[in-house]
Write a protein that binds this ligand. Structure first.
Ligand code: AMP
Ligand code: GLY
Length: 457
């Protein structure tokens, strides 16, 4: 339970002794002005806020811009996550001592470097990689070149621009189908096309170079198709040491049975039951260690999360599909409820280069997350529908993804992905049942969710 004491936000523990300790901790911390700022506004950030508010080191949490869910754990401030001058002013005025970045946009735009290069901000740590590090997500060509340079297994590829369009068309003709085309830059999760024929790939390739995804597709990566099952590994690193967080599998397609259009993610299961210890050893040796060593060799400053999207191929190989420079959404809503450490303690040790001394403590139970979306998503959908029934959910956590409150405090839908419903259970199938039952209790016009999360496991 979260209680608010004047400007303090803390998490009430069950026993009186623990409460007293926490209060003492808060008073001590208050003297050290451990105010924290979290950037972002989705379900991932609600899950971050939930974890941060539990920290004994958190005296006050601000979220910019946040959502109605994050406001249960701190104070939302009306600042965009990419408005660096406004963030600077806020951080200095409110004695913020650490900034935690949820989404990729501020990272790719260089918030880490902005803080480091500013006389007044340089001693305030930012949890998130440098601008160059964020290129692992911001540029597919950068991340593919990084993987090849450091011998990290990934699909064979080549990159092309208008300048060598003809070469690109010839390259496509030499490929097996399906062929994967990727816009180099950020394209809101839409920049990857899987083409089933050479002709389709050639036509799409031309369109991409002609601006189908704006500047993001001025360069196109053409990649070999990998046939297998995907899952993700999340790593926290200080650029030298690292800790592996729980794995998760995300369900990206809108329709049941993984049919239809790609979305930001319609559900997640952590851990995916098919991921064995042996597979994780291979991932650690062949992918995670060379990635962190690559940061060192390339002089890339990286203090934050690396999201490694993996393909477990039918051949048994494990290859990287993509890197992201942040936690996943909705994977965070499944992974963080399983993470038992004081998250700010872990962040502080990351910043101080003491990450190797931390033990990562994970709840053995499985977590499943189901996303409740707006009817029509990921295409056109309506907003502003009244949401009811959240209070009736007793066996799951409900994270806000796209919601807002009107002047009367009524909760309304405000995005394609509206809510994330997470349940924990020793048996992952039971956890899915719980999430499904809770999802059914929440109502708004046009509610849509996949009832088959985990169907393939
Ligand atoms: P990305 O943005 O690179 O993660 O790609 C988005 C999605 O496209 C991935 O999650 C995969 O489902 C799919 N994808 C990307 N690259 C490949 C590939 N080489 N082979 C098969 N599927 C891919
Ligand atoms: N769920 C996919 C992502 O966060 O990129």
């Amino acid at each position: 339970m979260i209680i608010k004491v004047k400007s303090l936000t803390l998490c009430k523990k069950s026993s009186k002794d623990k409460m007293a300790f926490r209060l003492k901790g808060v008073i001590l911390q208050k003297n050290h002005k451990m105010h924290l700022l979290l950037l972002g506004s989705g379900g991932r950030e609600h899950a971050f806020a939930y974890k941060i508010a539990q920290s004994a080191k958190c005296t006050k949490l601000f979220i910019a811009p946040g959502n109605p869910g994050t406001s249960e754990f701190g104070t939302n401030v009306h600042i965009s996550a990419t408005d660096f001058p406004a963030i600077k002013a806020f951080v200095l005025e409110n004695a913020v001592k650490m900034v935690i970045v949820g989404p990729e946009a501020p990272l790719v735009e260089g918030i880490f470097d902005f803080f480091l290069e500013d006389e007044d901000l340089k001693n305030i740590p930012v949890i998130g990689p440098s601008k160059v590090g964020a290129q692992l997500e911001g540029s597919k060509a950068f991340s593919k070149a990084f993987m090849i340079r450091h011998h990290i297994p990934t699909a064979a590829y080549n990159e092309f621009t208008q300048a060598n369009l003809q070469e690109g068309l010839e390259y496509i003709e030499q490929q097996k189908t399906p062929i994967v085309l990727k816009a180099d830059g950020l394209a809101a999760g839409k920049g990857v096309l899987i083409c089933s024929t050479i002709e389709e790939a050639k036509a799409e390739f031309r369109e991409m170079l002609d601006g189908k995804f704006g500047d993001a597709s001025a360069k196109v990566v053409i990649e070999e198709f990998m046939d297998g099952i995907e899952f993700s590994v999340f790593v926290l690193t200080d650029g030298k040491n690292y800790k592996i967080l729980p794995t998760a599998k995300d369900y990206k397609r809108i329709g049941e049975g993984d049919a239809g259009l790609n979305t930001g993610g319609m559900g997640a299961v952590s851990p995916p039951p098919f991921v064995t210890e042996n597979m994780m050893q291979i991932v650690e040796e062949t992918i995670i260690k060379p990635t962190i060593a690559g940061f060192q060799q390339d002089g890339i400053v990286y203090i934050g999360f690396v999201y490694v999207g993996l393909m477990y191929l039918k051949t048994g190989e494990l290859k990287v599909v993509e890197y992201n420079c942040r936690m996943g959404d909705p994977e965070t809503e499944a992974v963080f409820p399983r993470w038992k450490n004081d998250i700010i303690d872990v962040f502080q040790s990351t910043v101080d280069g003491r990450l190797s001394t931390m033990n990562i403590d994970i709840d053995e139970r499985a977590a499943t997350t189901i996303i409740l979306a707006s009817g029509g998503y990921p295409q056109d959908f309506e907003k502003g529908k009244v949401i009811t029934g959240i209070a009736d959910v007793k066996d799951s956590m409900v994270f806000h993804c796209g919601t807002k409150q009107d002047g009367n405090g009524t909760l309304l839908t405000n995005g394609g992905r509206v809510l994330a419903v997470t349940s924990l259970h020793e048996d992952w199938k039971k956890a899915i049942e719980l999430s499904n039952e809770s999802a059914a209790k929440i109502n708004y016009e046009g509610k849509y969710y996949r009832r088959d999360i985990g169907f393939d496991l």
